[in-house]
Design a protein. Structure first.
Length: 404
């Protein structure tokens, strides 16, 4: 890899990547710095370009971190910023950056410096793996086992929320609705500990959790979720697991907003979503990639939602995969104000704007027919095509597997 870019300004990052590719060099870009050190160690770029202010780690701290590692210390680093304070320029030099440049004035200067380092005639350009919608080699996989949605018949037969993540033999379960039974029956091999993250404490999230007792694996079960004002989290989960589960293998965590590691190379960030009750969204990070799971959330343009929207947009920014609530067709959303759900139009616009690669429309209203769901998907894709967006959109379905 010739050039590796970390910048949460998606529009600038795309322009910069296009310039690099135009000159014949290979390029990869990321919209956040979560797990950036591991990405840099894996990719080993010839040149690194960093923004200063980014989610996860600022560019100056990231530069300092890689300069302390023998395998990355020799990589030339350019720090770019929309700000041009002398203090930041001095700090960039102190932490080992080759140069500090202004985003507004120094792009052509950066181009010349790249030619000096990489040569005037770069290799034949390859598809930049960081571009949304472009092929990527997955580093982990998600699979949907259940979701609330239309089935063209009795909604009682539709398995409720359950999505699993396969992270190189380690497993994370996102919600333990009745879809969990199908995962258990698939008898997939499990290694080490198992993590279960619950977005809420209703039937859609925990009605199938007793199926955990049938899983055969050597490790512990770690379950994290929100507290319920009616029942303590520990009591709720233990009662739901039933008598067949070995409680000595159980670890419980009451979650709030924040970030923590499930394993040294797998992190999760939690955010309270805009939905009645204590409801969480999760973003899982592994090897420089991330997936957001947000099955119940309302986004919009009203003033009352503006503060939350900004926080939410930052939360999803640059994610490879977003699994998100799309309960209603946009024309039907106003009639359901206050329920805490979104439309496919709103979430697709947000995902496209924030550089998400793949969007899965999750939990459409059970009263829609299959034909209406397909119409919603077609309408969403049509609007994105008009905007020349690279965002890929599909409907959730049981058995769907997504590479991250």
């Amino acid at each position: 890899m010739d050039v590796l870019i970390f910048d949460d300004d998606t529009h600038f990052a795309e322009l910069l990547a296009a310039m690099v590719q135009e000159d014949g060099w290979t390029v990869e870009k990321h919209y956040h710095a979560m797990g950036a050190v591991d990405v840099i160690r894996r990719v080993k770029p010839r040149v690194l370009i960093l923004d200063i202010m980014m989610p996860g780690m600022d560019g100056l701290s990231l530069c300092k971190a890689i300069k302390t590692l023998p395998e990355t210390a020799a990589i030339p680093v350019f720090i770019l910023s929309a700000k041009g304070f002398e203090e930041e320029k001095s700090e960039a030099e102190r932490v080992g950056a080759l140069a500090f440049m202004s985003k507004t004035d120094d792009i052509e200067k950066l181009r010349q410096r790249l030619k000096e380092l990489l040569g005037p005639n770069g290799q034949a350009a390859l598809l930049p793996t960081g571009l949304p919608g472009m092929p990527q080699t997955p580093v982990f996989f998600a699979q949907i086992w259940g979701f609330r949605g239309p089935v063209g018949g009795d909604p009682a037969i539709q398995p409720t929320n359950c999505v699993t993540l396969d992270l190189g033999g380690r497993t994370v379960i996102l919600d333990a609705g009745t879809g969990l039974r199908f995962f258990v029956e698939s008898r997939q091999p499990l290694q080490g500990d198992l993590w279960v993250l619950l977005s809420g404490h209703g039937g859609e999230q925990i009605s199938g959790i007793a199926n955990l007792a049938a899983l055969q694996f050597p490790g512990r079960v770690h379950i994290g979720g929100t507290s319920d004002t009616r029942r303590p989290f520990k009591t709720l989960i233990q009662n739901s697991l039933g008598n067949r589960f070995d409680m000595s293998r159980l670890s419980l965590y009451t979650l709030v907003e924040g970030r923590f590691n499930m394993w040294p190379d797998v992190a999760v960030q939690a955010l309270f979503s805009n939905h009645p009750g204590a409801t969480l969204a999760f973003r899982i990070f592994h090897k420089g990639r991330s997936l957001v799971y947000c099955p119940a959330n309302s986004i919009g343009t009203g003033k009352s939602l503006s503060d939350f929207n900004e926080k939410f947009l930052q939360f999803i920014r640059g994610a490879e995969v977003l699994i998100h609530d799309a309960r209603y067709r946009h024309a039907d959303l106003a009639a359901h104000a206050g329920e805490g759900h979104s439309s496919s139009k709103l979430i697709a616009e947000a995902a496209s704007r924030e550089g998400v690669r793949d969007l899965v429309l999750f939990g459409l209203d059970i009263n829609y027919t299959r034909e209406q769901c397909q119409e919603i998907l077609d309408e969403t894709r049509g609007e994105l095509a008009k905007q020349h967006s690279s965002l890929q959109v599909q409907l959730a379905k049981t058995g769907l597997q997504i590479g991250v």
